[in-house]
Design a protein around this ligand. Structure first.
Ligand SMILES: *[C@@H]1O[C@H](CO)[C@@H](O)[C@H](O)[C@H]1NC(C)=O
Ligand SMILES: *[C@@H]1O[C@H](CO)[C@@H](O)[C@H](O)[C@H]1NC(C)=O
Ligand SMILES: *[C@@H]1O[C@H](CO)[C@@H](O)[C@H](O)[C@H]1NC(C)=O
Length: 366
């Protein structure tokens, strides 16, 4: 983020509100505290007072292409010079999403040239208001993802959170986003970006539709059930390709190619087989592996240091992998905001904490 000299009043106004916030929150009524608790207990979308601090203004550096903030929303959403980022938004991961957004704009050289596309399954009006209040300068559009699209295609899986229909929204980006958008970066909500996202945006996809960091040493056996491997037709899916694992939490997608090749339909076909035969245990990842593994443009590993949430069974702490880091991803069971609140964080969680905009109400426990 660059502070340009002539924007100092904005800068100071943000600082003043940051300094005043601890005072303001002393006057939050009891109902609001209860609303905080309810929000995370019942997955309701907040409607009451702000739960998140207002993020400071973020402005383009002088070398940035002029952004089209003055144009109408439709034109602005289609801005071909912009970096388009898609994320889902729901009450359970809202705190993570807010931190992710802040980390992205804060490390961006040209933050005004970012356009966010948020997919929600309910409470779109409330979430839009909340986003606008937290990030008054953010360019974004909220899209409604109709969970009925996938409800019938989802089968029971090991981890209940993977059954959240919004997890499948990433398969429908090509349909949901405006057709004028030709490329998008999809990001999960349990991550922070500590580098300029424009570098990821600028990655070449070669002839491929999808780019992601690949892990070619991963044994695919465990991702699919015996009923997959014992059916020779199904098992042969990976025979003619060098299939590498990739995490679907960070993907660069060529939406034009995706639409032309009907990849959504291909993913749905695997989901239909899954319903009938149970060929895998996890939720939204295996169909992506089935369709794309072996046809992915490899992106530098620094763009998805995943698994920081820890082991599914143990809830154990993880450390960063060696090498440079541009994006930290708390995939796995543990989430940094929950561990920080519990008073037993993992060491790595201290890297997430500075991006937390959630207004903590210490006196709520008293
Ligand atoms: C992958 O794992 C399975 C069992 O989990 C094992 O039988 C198989 O040999 C492994 N494949 C490779 C290439 O290591
Ligand atoms: C393998 O699975 C496919 C897709 O469900 C099915 O059409 C085919 O009959 C199965 N083959 C065998 C040998 O069971
Ligand atoms: C994609 O699907 C649409 C509608 O189902 C169809 O008209 C089109 O021909 C398909 N395109 C390809 C490349 O398969």
């Amino acid at each position: 983020m660059r502070w340009s000299g002539n924007l100092e009043p904005v800068f100071y106004a943000s600082w003043v509100s940051l300094i005043l916030l601890p005072l303001i929150k002393l006057y939050v009524p009891v109902e609001a505290i209860r609303a905080h608790v309810d929000l995370f207990a019942t997955h309701k979308v907040p409607t009451g007072p702000a739960l998140f601090q207002e993020a400071p203004a973020f402005r383009n550096g002088i070398h940035c292409l002029p952004s089209s903030v003055d144009k109408s929303e439709a034109e602005s959403v289609c801005d071909a010079t912009a970096v388009h980022i898609a994320m889902t938004l729901d009450a359970v991961y809202l705190r993570g999403s807010m931190a992710a957004i802040l980390s992205i704009v804060q490390h961006s050289d040209c933050p005004e040239n970012l356009i966010f596309h948020f997919l929600v399954s309910h409470g779109d009006v409330e979430l839009k208001t909340l986003l606008r209040n937290t990030f008054p300068y953010l360019r974004f559009k909220v899209y409604y993802f109709d969970v009925k699209l996938v409800k019938d295609l989802i089968s029971a899986s090991v981890r209940q959170d993977l059954e959240q229909p919004l997890n499948y929204a990433r398969s429908y980006l090509a349909e949901i986003l405006e057709t004028c958008i030709q490329r998008v970066i999809y990001l999960d909500s349990d991550l922070i970006v500590v580098d300029d996202i424009a570098k990821l945006w600028g990655t070449s996809l070669g002839s491929h539709t999808l780019g992601a960091p690949e892990y070619c040493h991963v044994n695919f056996t465990k991702y699919f059930t015996p009923s997959f491997w014992s059916n020779s037709t199904l098992a042969s899916t990976f025979e003619t390709r060098i299939a590498c694992y990739f995490n679907t939490g960070v993907m660069v997608i060529d939406l034009t190619k995706w639409r032309q090749q009907n990849y959504t339909r291909r993913i749905e076909m695997w989901m239909e087989i899954q319903k009938e035969k149970r060929i895998y245990e996890l939720g939204s990842l295996p169909p992506f592996l089935l369709v794309f593994a072996g046809f992915v443009e490899p992106i530098e590993h620094r763009w998805n240091q995943h698994g920081l949430g820890g082991d599914n069974a143990m809830g154990s702490c993880r450390h960063l992998h060696p090498g440079p880091v541009s994006l930290l991803h708390w995939s796995g069971k543990g989430k940094p905001w929950l561990r920080l609140d519990s008073g037993h964080p993992c060491p790595i969680d201290s890297l997430w904490a500075p991006y937390d905009l959630f207004i903590k109400t210490k006196y709520a426990d008293e």
